[in-house]
Design a protein around this ligand. Sequence first.
Ligand code: XUL
Length: 584
Amino acid sequence: MPLDSYYLGFDLSTQQLKCLAIDQNLKIVHSETVEFEKDLPHYHTKKGVYVHGDTIECPVAMWLEALDLVLSRYQKAEFPLEKVMAISGSCQQHGSVYWSSQAESLLEQLNGKSERDLLHYVSPAAFARQTAPNWQDHSTAKQCQEFEQCLGGPEKMAQLTGSRAHFRFTGPQILKIAQLEPEVYEKTKTISLVSNFLTSILVGHLVELEEADACGMNLYDIRGRKFSDELLHLIDSSSKDKTIRQKLMGAPMKATIAGTICKYFIEKYGFNVNCKVSPMTGDNLATICSLPLRKNDVLVSLGTSTTVLLVTDKYHPSPNYHLFIHPTLPEHYMGMICYCNGSLAREKIRDRLNEERDDNTKKSNDWTLFNQAVLDDSKDDDNELGVYFPLGEIVPSVKAINKRVMYNPNTGRIEREVEKFRDERHDAKNIVESQALSCRVRISPLLSDSNTRSQQKLNEDTIVKFDYDESPLRDYLNKRPEKAFFVGGASKNDAIVKKFAQIIGATKGNFRLETPNSCALGGCYKAMWSLLYESNKTTAPFDKFLNDNFPWNVMESISDVDNESWDHYNSKIVPLSELEKTLI
Ligand code: XUL
């Protein structure tokens, strides 16, 4: 590659289109963002979407305008777009675009013309529907039921497609459109996700779905690596599912390069004629490409909600989380666990502790008391456990509830429920412990065996149950992630992150970093590696390439590997399982 090569990563999310550029040393060199509500007010979206009751959608034309606008800002900044060697990116998952029969010929114009803008060439005639259902839509309860009934329940659904049926997933969304808008469905020649919509515009013709993102549809048989005949048939039984199969353009794309950028972008913005486009993927999938995550590594995002992403080669699906094919590592999957109760639940306890004080920390969002309590290792709470779900929880799937119990440390069995603990401060420690422990036991079935064994005397034959998994305690005692990466607001809190690190128990280190650009950056790295790999400039698989080239100095190495603490928390696995059983 020429020495000054650049790589672009898009992030087409709910509220904005970002475009990030890195150089060949993986350094971020430029960024431009178009905010939909502010920069494109004529679409009248609120936070990027239209909300009508449970139905949430976005105008597709807005994305086309945003693409021209973000690239014109690059041009205005005199960024050398002719030196961009490859492009990829991240798009909101699950959204779907309904193309008309004219789409292909209209896109074809992008291979010759560039005087007008994308909107002029493509919209509205290329679309059978002017809006795309958005991932926040929750209007498909009926269709989700039909999906799960078709296969025989949530477990069967998760087994086949990596997730149980979800309102936002594209299969139920397409079924809803086929049922409620039959004329639109009829007029639709091609259906794409947001990811292959953007790839198609950049290469100037319709391209197939990207395989990892296709796992967010409830339609893809992940192990068979093909669409499920039964589920396609459920959407469209008219011609033995042939029509829907054609609409989805046959099998998803597995290639690392989707094509070369089309003439429109070369002539209008000065892109290089050889600039390659690697398929865009979903935002969470792009996020794992933004960090040097390898098999058995885990990313914990401590935000309003807690999200855990991990790389695994074990296909162990559950109705409580998601598995997707990994976008860049063959034979690997990405696990995604989403919890509802993260920061807000912790803040409630922090505020209560502060209220007890009569100095000026009272209402100041001050974490001092909370953090002192979290790090208090006098172990005077070793027979206590609490779960704190002010909002209904996804994992475990239960209604809003707070529950505190005392258990017998010798057997792990619950002895009694209590209104309060002996000391209110114990709530701070217990909430962080039970949140982290919940992450730990849920990732466990997705991890390979490690060599560590518990030093404690525990009855390893005791059966523990978490959600749909029932297995002996022993299965949880020798599974540890290798590296753990902490991101999101609460990762800045030393006490919270330290406790999470102790309990999750990574064997090769804990890291913390700020990731304002993770989706777009994952796109940049995917673009760069795909091009180098395709052109034989590297033979390294994606994870090795990124580990070798990653700017590790952006990362803070936090708390050393702490085997003693990890072992200590093994004794709370049985009590947590027992406590969760009482919530259902
Ligand atoms: C993932 C999901 C969201 C959207 C947001 O399943 O629905 O993360 O992708 O962009």
